[in-house]
Write a protein that binds this ligand. Structure first.
Ligand code: 4NP
Length: 155
């Protein structure tokens, strides 16, 4: 089993989008029994909430269902379970490094590395308009393809 955790700040916009898109691609690839997917936020503000309605609507227009997802906060024990812990931006990554055990053997890094975009961030769409949510989906779709390819070749 390969386990992937996507992390942003609130777990209501970017990481649920990555969660839903990647799960869809995993299912379509026939690897649903081999890859586990989850998402979390570094902050506690939105614990228990469904994804932002704008993220859910934008994802649905491209055929992804975010409606079953509920926000939770990332915690140190997540590093015992997840082989890939993938941050949406550099601040999320710094916050994850703060709670990551020193002996973590998995991959902690920025999600967009898997889109070939070294150092790039998924911009926070929370305070902007609908275009921001489309941009998130464009970036997430690219990186999700790269991540699936990476997992497939490393298995
Ligand atoms: P996310 O977006 O980290 O992509 O889920 C945000 C959600 C909520 C807030 C900020 C960003 N907030 O400040 O409440």
């Amino acid at each position: 089993m390969t386990r992937v955790l996507f992390v942003c700040l609130g777990n209501i916009c970017r990481s649920p989008t990555a969660h839903g898109v990647f799960l869809h691609k995993v299912s379509r690839s026939g690897m649903a029994d081999l890859i586990e997917v989850d998402s979390a936020g570094t902050a506690a503000y939105h614990i228990g909430k469904a994804p932002d309605a704008r993220a859910t609507a934008a994802a649905a227009r491209r055929g992804y269902d975010l409606s079953p997802l509920r926000a939770r906060q990332a915690k140190p024990v997540d590093f015992q379970r997840y082989d890939y812990v993938l941050a949406m931006d550099s601040q999320n990554l710094a916050d994850l490094r703060d709670i990551c055990p020193a002996d973590y053997q998995g991959h902690l890094g920025l999600f967009l590395e898997f889109a070939g975009l070294s150092g790039a961030e998924v911009p926070d769409p929370y305070y902007g308009g609908d275009a921001g949510f489309e941009r998130v989906l464009d970036l997430v779709e690219q990186a999700a393809d790269g991540l699936l390819q990476r997992i497939r070749t490393s298995r």
